[in-house]
Every structure is written in C-alpha cells, then in structure tokens.
Design a protein around this ligand. Structure first.
Ligand code: SOE
Length: 392
C-alpha cells in the first residue's frame, strides 16, 4: 500500500485506445469528484520498452515498465488497471488479485467462460482480503444510461415487454483493412460479438435489471482474409503490410440475435462492424406496459421518454440529462453543457475509487462479467447450430 493510505498508486497494463481513455480518467477523476482516495499514475506497462516510455510521457505516467509480473509484485502498487487484449486478462487479473491488488479489467472480462470463472474465483478470494474488482463496461457510466436504469427501477415504463439493442460500427468494411488483433480469435476471443455486442448486452441487462435466459443467433464473417498488418495493429492506426501476404479472419464480423429475459421480455440485438456509415452507433430501447425509454449514443446527453400516463399529451419527450440531480452530473458542468465519451471513463474511475475508499464492492463485478461471457458463449453455440434456441 502507498505510504499515505489516501493515495492509491495505479499500474496500467496496456496503452492503446483503452489505455489512453483510462489514462485521462486517472488524470482527472480526483479533480472533478470528491473522493476518499487520490490516484497516483505510477507506471504504465507495455511489451515494447521504447513505446511504453513514450506512452508514459504522452499519457502522464510517472514511469514505464515491460514486465507486468514484476510490477504486480511491487509493494507500492495498489491498483492494477488491465487495458490489454482479452487473451491476457485472466492471467494478469488472477495474479494481481492474488497479490492483493484492486483490479479494474477492460471488457469483455475474458476470452472464454472457463477463464471468466477462474477470474471470479480469484475475485471472491481477494474480496475477503479487501481487494476490489470491477469490469469496464463503461457505457453504464453514461449519465443517460444510468438514469434509464433508475427510471425503470422506479417503474417509469411499467412491466417490460421488449428490449432492443444495436451497436453498429463500420471500421472494417474495407477488405484491405489489415488483420489487426481484434480480428484474431486467439487474441480477441470473438469479433463484433465480444467487442461491442458485450457492451449492448450488458447495458440491456443493467437498465432492465433482468438477465437473458435464452437466445437464437446468427453470426457472419463477411471478409474471410485480410492483408497482414505492419506496426502494432492498434485499432485505427493499423496499416496493411507491403507484401501480398494475407491471413484468415477467425472471428465474427457481425452477430444478430433474439432473446428472452427472466422477466418475461422479448429482446433483439445486433452488433456489427459492417454497418457502413455507422461509426459508433448505439441504440437501446425498452418498451414497457406504460411507457418506453430510448437511449442513443449519438445524443448521449439526452434520453427519450414516452410516458403513457400522459393521455393525449403523450409523446416521446427528450430528457436533457445534464441536471445535478442526474447520475454523475454533480461532478461536471452546469445544466445544458453535456459530457462526452471520455467522461464515461472518468465516471467509471470515480465509482471504482469510491468503492476502494468505502470498502464496498463495485459493479459491474467479475460475476457480472462472467455472466456476459456465458451469454457470448451461448450466442456462439446457437450460431454454430444454425440459430437453434440455446439456454444461457
Ligand atoms: C472498438 O470496437 C471499440 O474501441 C470497443 O473496443 C470499445 O469498448 C468501444 O467503447 C468503442 O469501440
């Protein structure tokens, strides 16, 4: 533990897109929220020493390292923040938890149900020693999504009948886009399904408080082979190799599914990287017996609400989710100014640090992450059986 217990020293493993998003959260969280603890950005870890040192400089870390095992063993490290591809989550998280560190792990939790279960076991043991663990489903920290959760819990839409979720991107519609790590099963675990489908499935279960109990699904890989990348293959920064060499895409490009929940609702979801023109298009709609709520990420500071009790004045009204009484807003700007994608990571860091300071267990827990892993595996089982109905 750091000398001063009100300081938590953080080690972040990985420094690409999520590493950059998490770094700006660690830089800012205590400057906007009154927390019992202050994060210190002690060390960023990456396999390439030169690139890790450059990342430390650019992202604001005190130092850099190349051996995560050595960093996790350090007495002066309190938090391990895992921002690496899914194939390393289990090994790093289990080692960190066994070393008594608090662990924040990017989504999806793991690349398999078996790995997720092992991570849950380590989290349960570590919890008994006071170590906190959380998985980074960051969209739960969009104020409008947190408000949707609160309104549904308060009965604002009545009994839930339908849930409809979309997460649409288009960054690999060009067949010449290279074979980056997100397109290789041995590294990413799955494709659009686990990368963005996991988000919208978690959002749906979070806002409704219901669990998906069965699915029927189809997946598709539209482009089966791609040029091998030059460079580190980071999302968006990848360039196709100069040679004509190609490699097999071993993950889904898209997944579509229908589902039932334990609350008796019917649901439909799609996650794709081939929705040409859709850059990061997330829509979550819940229809209930007395009303509906719709969240759209492209209007992330708004939430549309149809209040069926309004009689002939009923209509979809847009709630401006920027009031201090709305989730997270009390730490930010006056009404009407709004937040961006990056603020969801600050809100996430705030909840994680608050849990550490108060000794509470943050959500989503590793158990919540493992539940999503089971759901992803069920979708893949159904798709492999030509959309056979599959219990989760
Ligand atoms: C790529 O699809 C990605 O970066 C996801 O990995 C993130 O979780 C999502 O927030 C944005 O898109």
């Amino acid at each position: 533990m750091a000398e001063d217990s009100s300081t938590v020293r953080v080690a972040m493993i990985g420094y690409a897109f999520m590493g950059a998003a998490h770094s700006q959260a660690w830089r800012n969280v205590h400057r906007f929220f009154d927390l019992g603890v202050t994060p210190e950005m002690a060390v960023v870890v990456g396999r390439d020493g030169v690139k890790a040192a450059a990342a430390a400089e650019r992202l604001g870390w005190q130092s850099s390292a190349t051996d995560w095992r050595e960093v996790i063993a350090r007495e002066d490290i309190d938090v391990v923040d895992i921002c690496t591809p899914g194939d390393t989550h289990a090994e790093i998280a289990i080692a960190a938890l066994e070393a008594g560190k608090h662990v924040l792990c990017e989504k999806p939790l793991a690349n398999s149900v078996e790995e997720a279960d092992a991570m849950v076991a380590a989290a349960v043991s570590a919890r008994a020693q006071g170590a906190r663990s959380m998985v980074g489903f960051s969209y739960r920290r969009v104020p409008a999504v947190a408000l949707m959760h609160r309104m549904i819990a308060d009965g604002a839409v009545g009994e839930i009948r339908h849930v409809r979720g979309q997460y649409l991107q288009d960054w690999i519609t060009d067949p010449e886009f290279p074979l980056v790590w997100r397109l290789r099963k041995e590294v990413a675990g799955s494709g659009a399904l686990g990368d963005i489908g996991a988000h919208v499935l978690d959002m749906a279960q979070f806002v409704t408080g219901q669990q998906i109990t069965g699915v029927a699904a189809q997946t598709e890989t539209f482009v089966g082979r791609r040029p091998l990348p030059e460079g580190d293959g980071a999302l968006g920064a990848a360039t196709a190799g100069s040679g004509a060499q190609t490699g097999e895409v071993t993950v889904d490009d898209a997944a579509v599914l229908i589902a039932r929940t334990d609350g008796g609702a019917l649901a439909t979801f799609e996650a794709t990287r081939f929705a040409t023109g859709r850059k990061n298009h997330i829509v979550l709609e819940v229809n209930g017996s007395t009303g509906s709520l719709v969240f759209e990420f492209e209007d992330m500071n708004g939430l549309r609400y149809y209040d069926g009790s309004a009689g002939d004045r009923a209509g979809f009204a847009r709630i401006d989710v920027t009031e201090p009484t709305h989730p997270y807003i009390d730490g930010w700007w006056p009404p009407g100014h709004g937040l961006g994608y990056e603020h969801t990571f600050v809100n996430q860091a705030r909840d994680f640090l608050e849990a550490i300071a108060t000794g509470a267990d943050p959500t989503p827990s590793f158990e919540d992450g493992a539940a999503i892993q089971r759901l992803l595996a069920g979708v893949e089982r159904s798709a492999a059986a030509d959309a056979a109905w599959t219990a989760i």
